[in-house]
Design a protein around this ligand. Structure first.
Ligand code: NAP
Ligand code: MG
Length: 405
């Protein structure tokens, strides 16, 4: 069989631990036998980031800007334990954070639905998509450990060097902590544009929740920018398509979402999106049943799995024990990337391949063959069978081969 030619370059970012192992298996068994791809490869495993003083992460982000489409494996964000474990020069920043900042994108996440796994929330019938603002807030913070009594202040000095504002954060009587965070109108505005565009394309209602009753300047600015974007650009289009833009307080949004049937895009501030997408991922079955794509205002795309490197499974793997880790999200990161590449290149065969690989993966789970994380939540059935990491991928490969023959 002739291989399918992927016309333009794809930026590939390799990662760490168990996801690195699965990444290799997915490439070897599901992609390379069928596709002739030009991959611009960046090894973002922690050791390589440390060796290059994290320059490799920035190079990968630049490559995404050059080629437009990238796919990323999960990577370790080092903490103190990891600094010891890997003898690092320092606690490097999260690669995802670095890439998001470089592309100023919005991360959209949606559950991968299968018939035999019902969501934990009974009323949810359709996927709830999350749009996570991928810039600023606590992910680009300035924080300080206060060791004694004293005054913490915040100031703003303009570019000409004139102090325009000064405010007291706290008069400390003893030790504590402080944190400064920021966002920009430009980034919030491109976040709003990305969310309205995505919701309109996918025919989803759009929800936004912030805490503007408490944060009357910071959170209120998100509400205002979204409202302006809606009134100025989207209102007529949304009404015509029968779609709704709905703002409510974040806590009200959380409470209400539990009672809806789903089918909306939920625009979340950076931290809310981080936390809520993990909650949704697990409510829909498993963290490994979630797709994730970073979309930049310039139209660059980075596809990834939303879960981490599955460290605990990796340690088992290193000891030679069998693991049952789920590769669905990694497979869907590749199919999302291939579909987008195919759309941009106008190569129908590539889009078709992506679709068939997704079908093969979904049918595998629906036939009862699944990894341990899904066994715990799948509707019980006699054909259900827990398989090891590599067995699951082999089964998907078998189904894919049939579809392509
Ligand atoms: P994690 O890797 O997402 O895993 C947490 C737990 O969720 C696992 O122990 C496992 O539960 C389950 N799980 C997650 N993905 C799974 C999969 N594909 N198949 C089966 N089970 C899965 O989170 P973590 O352990 O908190 O973080 C590990 C490392 O990942 C950290 O160094 C962190 O910095 C990094 N991280 C990276 C990203 C990213 O690059 N996108 C995102 C988050 C975290 P059981 O152990 O119960 O089986
Ligand atoms: Mg998270």
């Amino acid at each position: 069989m002739n291989k399918i030619i992927v016309k333009s370059t794809i930026v590939e970012m390799d990662g760490d631990e168990m996801t690195r192992i699965m990444w290799q298996m997915v490439k070897e068994k599901l992609l390379l036998p069928y596709l002739d791809m030009n991959l611009d490869y960046y090894d973002l495993q922690l050791k390589k980031r440390d060796e290059t003083d994290d320059k490799i992460t920035l190079e990968a982000a630049e490559a995404i800007k050059k080629y437009g489409v990238g796919v990323k494996c999960a990577t370790i964000t080092p903490n103190r334990d990891r600094v010891k474990e890997y003898h690092l020069k320092q606690e490097w920043q999260s690669p995802n954070g670095t890439i998001r900042a470089a592309l100023d994108g919005t991360v959209f996440r949606a559950p991968i639905l299968v018939k035999n796994i019902l969501p934990a929330v009974r009323s949810w019938k359709k996927p709830i998509h999350i749009g996570r603002h991928a810039y600023g807030d606590v992910y680009k913070n300035c924080e300080y450990r206060v060791s004694e009594a004293g005054k913490a202040e915040m100031t703003f000095t303009n570019a000409a060097g004139k102090e325009l504002w000064r405010g007291t954060i706290q008069d400390f009587r003893g030790p504590g902590i402080i944190q400064g965070i920021h966002n920009t109108d430009k980034s919030i505005s491109s976040f709003a544009k990305a969310c309205f565009t995505y919701a309109y394309d996918q025919k989803l209602h759009l929800w936004l929740g912030t805490k503007d009753t408490i944060s009357k300047t910071y959170d209120a600015q998100f509400r205002k920018i979204f409202e302006d974007e809606y009134q100025n650009i989207w209102k007529a289009k949304f009404e015509k398509a029968g779609l709704e833009y709905f703002f409510t307080l974040i806590d009200d949004a959380v409470a209400r979402i539990m009672k809806t049937e789903g089918g909306m895009l939920w625009a979340c501030k950076n931290y809310d999106g981080d936390v809520m997408s993990d909650m949704l991922g697990s409510a829909y079955g498993s963290l490994a049943m979630m797709t994730s794509v970073l979309v930049s205002p310039q139209g660059y795309y980075e596809f990834e799995a939303s879960h981490g490197t599955v460290q605990k499974h990796y340690y088992k793997y290193l000891k030679g024990e069998k693991t049952s880790s789920n590769s669905m999200a990694l497979i869907f990161a590749w199919t999302g990337c291939l579909r987008k590449r195919g759309e941009l290149d106008q190569t129908r065969e590539v889009v078709e391949f992506a679709k068939k690989l997704e079908q093969a993966a979904l049918e595998t789970v629906e036939s009862g063959i699944m990894t341990g994380d899904l066994m715990l939540v799948a509707t019980p059935a006699p054909q259900n069978k827990k398989v090891y990491t590599e067995e699951f991928i082999a089964e998907v490969a078998k189904k894919l081969k049939k579809k392509l023959d």
